[in-house]
Each structure stands twice: as C-alpha cells, then as structure tokens.
Design a protein around this ligand. Structure first.
Ligand code: ZN
Length: 430
C-alpha cells in the first residue's frame, strides 16, 4: 500500500506518501510551464530530478490561490468563461474565502473514484444527474438559504442541488424552518442527502419529538461532511438510516471536490488516483503519536493544478483495511487550528477527544472549552431520560486522563454558541 516513504529533508520531519510520484512530478512540470505563479516562483533544480525530488518544491497554501486568482493560477489558454468550469466557494469569513475552479469532468472523475471506495454508493456514479439536497451551515452569498422567506426555487443551484433552509444559529432555528427543511427533503426527491451531521441530527431529533415520519422507502444515500462527524452524531443518524439508506463520511474540499470516502467498514480512505498524497509528521511530535498533516498535489488537472497544497487537516494513518480497498486508510482528526496543546506537549485533537467521549445515549452534541491552560469545561446536550450519573463520572475521569489535569468540569447545557458563519467547533478556547 505504501509506495514511498521519504525523509523530509528541510526539517527532518518524516513523510509518508501515497499515489503516483511520476505523475505528481509531471503536474509540477506542467504548472511550471503553463501557470504564471509557478512559472515565476518555481526553480526546478537538480534536486527536483532526483528520485524523490518532489519535496524540493515549496508547499503552497490558500493564500497563493487567493492572491493570484484567476490569471496567476489558471493554466495558459484557459479561462473562467470556458464551458464546464465549475466554481466552488469555501466557507469561512469573507476575508478568508477562497474561490476555486475545477473542470466539471475532473470533478465528476474524482467523485466517481471516491464513490468506488464504498460499494453502497457506487450506483450514484451511474445516475445521470444526481439530485442532491444540501443541508449545512450557510457558506453562501450565492443562495438565500438563511432567509426564512426564501422559496425552494431561490435555493436551487445551477447544478440542480437544492440548498435546504438553515439558520445561522443552528440550535435556535425556528420550528418553521426545520419543518420546511423536512418537507423539502421529501418533496424534492433527492438521490443524495449531502449534509452536515450536526444539522441532520437536529432535524432527526425535532422530527422525533414532533412525530414527523421520514419516508425511508425511497432510495437515497447520505453523505456526511462539513463538520466533524462525532460518534454521538453517527449514532443518531444510524438510528434513523440503518437498514434503509447507506451513510458514509466524505472528505471534500472546495479546492478539489471529493478527496475521500468512508468504506463499508466505516473507515475513511483517501483517493490516491486523482491526487498525490503527502503526509508530513506534525512538528514537535513523535512518529508513534501518528499525527500527520496532509499536503495534496492534484494529478492531471489542466485547468488549475494544485501543487503541494497544504490542507491544514490532521490525520492518523492506518494499515490495510479489511474492505480490501488499496487507497490509504486514515482517520480525520480535525483541522490544525482546532488542536489544543497541553503543557506536556501532547496534542488534543477533535478525533482523540471523540474517541474518549464515545457515543453514550445521553450525549447528542458536546463541546470542550479550554478556559485557561489546565482548566476545561466539557458541555453536552442530550437525552435526559438516558442519563447515567455513573457514566458521567467515568467520562469525567477519562477526560481528566486525556487532558492531564484534575480540573475538568462536565456540564449539562441547553445551548452551544456557533461561530460566525454557522460553524461549530468541537474544541474551543475561551
Ligand atoms: Zn476500508
């Protein structure tokens, strides 16, 4: 499974790479020849022609693609006006927002290769025009999803995706908007629910309490994305969908489209056909910590190649998966900005926190807040009927061990603040 295992020479950080290195190097050469930014900034010296070579190329990031958009990062001869050029917009506040352009055939190819990871989703590759309902925090100025008076027609994107109505502060969403989302999820008859697991869980909970029955007889699939799918959220979604609709987490980025998918065993695999994947050991960690930052080089992107693009996503790497798929098996742990570092140097990731919390029936949503170094509050909402004092005190002990301090409070709450733009942080600093 592992094709290359290289030493990262600049700063002695280990790297593990997956995919076709020759194709990645051809991508760099193409960018150097045809893309203005790389033409001006890259110096493909002798080191590049060495067998490893790729790691002599500087790592690029969002700012490169934002500052040089569009003329500096599009290949010579291509234009935003070309038919089949899709524009994807990232979430984030307006100053950080990034517009990415991808050829729609490339987007479809990447999606198909990712869907091939999980047999339950493969039929979607053959659906001529997948009807999708998107239900997630509004990342849009392009659609009026957060306006309670918007109609369904206002929220249908050019590709036929219906964006369900959402409120900026999820937990205070007016009932009328939840009902509208529930109704449209049925009346639009989507093939695919492309959803934020937290948004879907709120809708499931509301439907349960109001006696709204989901129609589970229609064939549809559920892909979870946007925020970290905690075990507690997966439990709630699986209670609704098990035996009716396949559910998997998808790793998607507005810069690339689909990057990976959860397999039938629930393990995430990343696509190493359409991308060259470089996992770089996180600074200040030991290889046994198994914390890796992902850097992606696109393969065969003749419109806007991405060269050693820093994703800021942190992963665990695992060995081969029982599903038999050869694409690398990983766990997504969170974004680098969402990590805490303890005084001992140990990192706490959303993934390591979630492993400790698990999916007890009395927790639906939770959040860990660092009040100051060494002092934490774990807040949760959930089903009070299932609450167990003994389990709560066990959880507190586990959190104390994880966070290396006695100073951990565990509080039952009714509300969580959401970031501007409607994103939820599993770990926050006050
Ligand atoms: Zn697998």
């Amino acid at each position: 499974m592992e094709l290359h295992s290289l030493k990262y020479e600049q700063d002695e950080r280990l790297m593990r790479c997956f995919g076709n290195l020759d194709k990645a190097k051809s991508e760099v050469e193409f960018a150097h020849k045809k893309v203005r930014y790389f033409k001006d900034s890259l110096n493909l010296n002798n080191e590049f022609s060495n067998s490893a070579g790729l790691n002599s190329v500087p790592i690029s990031d969002k700012s490169v693609y934002r500052k040089n958009f569009p003329a500096g990062i599009l290949s010579e001869g291509s234009s935003l006006k070309d038919p089949y050029v899709s524009r994807l917009q990232s979430s984030g506040t307006s100053g950080e927002r990034l517009v990415s352009v991808i050829h729609s055939f490339k987007l479809a190819e990447r999606m198909a290769n990712c869907l091939s990871i999980n047999p339950a989703f493969q039929y979607l590759s053959k659906v001529p025009r997948i009807k999708t309902c998107r239900y997630a925090a509004p990342n849009c100025s392009d659609v009026e999803c957060a306006n309670p008076r918007s109609t369904m027609q206002d929220r249908i994107l050019a590709d036929g995706t219906l964006v369900l109505p959402v409120y900026h502060d999820l937990l205070t969403t007016p009932d009328s908007m939840l009902r509208m989302a529930f109704d449209e999820l049925h009346s639009y008859e989507p093939d695919l629910w492309y959803v934020d697991p937290m948004h879907l869980s709120i809708l499931i909970k509301k439907a349960k309490s109001e006696g709204w029955a989901f129609d589970l007889d229609r064939k549809f699939s559920v892909l979870l994305t946007y925020t970290f799918a905690t075990r507690a959220l997966l439990r709630q979604i699986s209670e609704l969908c098990a035996g009716h609709a396949p559910v998997a987490s998808v790793m998607a980025m507005s810069e690339f489209g689909f990057v990976g998918l959860g397999c039938e065993h629930g393990n995430l695999h990343l696509n190493d056909k359409d991308y060259f994947l470089e996992f770089i050991q996180m600074e200040g960690t030991h290889p046994d910590d198994n914390l890796w930052e992902l850097v992606i080089t696109s393969i065969g992107d003749r419109l806007c190649p991405h060269i050693r693009y820093q994703t800021n996503d942190i992963y665990h790497l695992h060995g081969a998966c029982d599903c038999g798929n050869s694409m690398p098996r990983v766990s997504f742990l969170g974004r680098s900005k969402d990590l805490l570092r303890l005084p001992s140097g140990k990192y706490i990731t959303p993934g390591s926190l979630d492993e400790v919390v698990g999916a007890p029936k009395w927790i639906d949503i939770y959040q860990l807040t660092e009040q100051e170094v060494g002092a934490y509050i774990f807040r949760f909402t959930g089903n009070k009927d299932c609450f167990s004092d003994a389990e709560k005190s066990q959880l507190r002990q586990k959190l104390q061990a994880l966070l290396e301090t006695e100073n951990v409070r565990v509080d039952d709450v009714n509300y969580f603040p959401f970031e501007r733009g409607g994103k939820f942080q599993l770990i926050r600093k006050s």
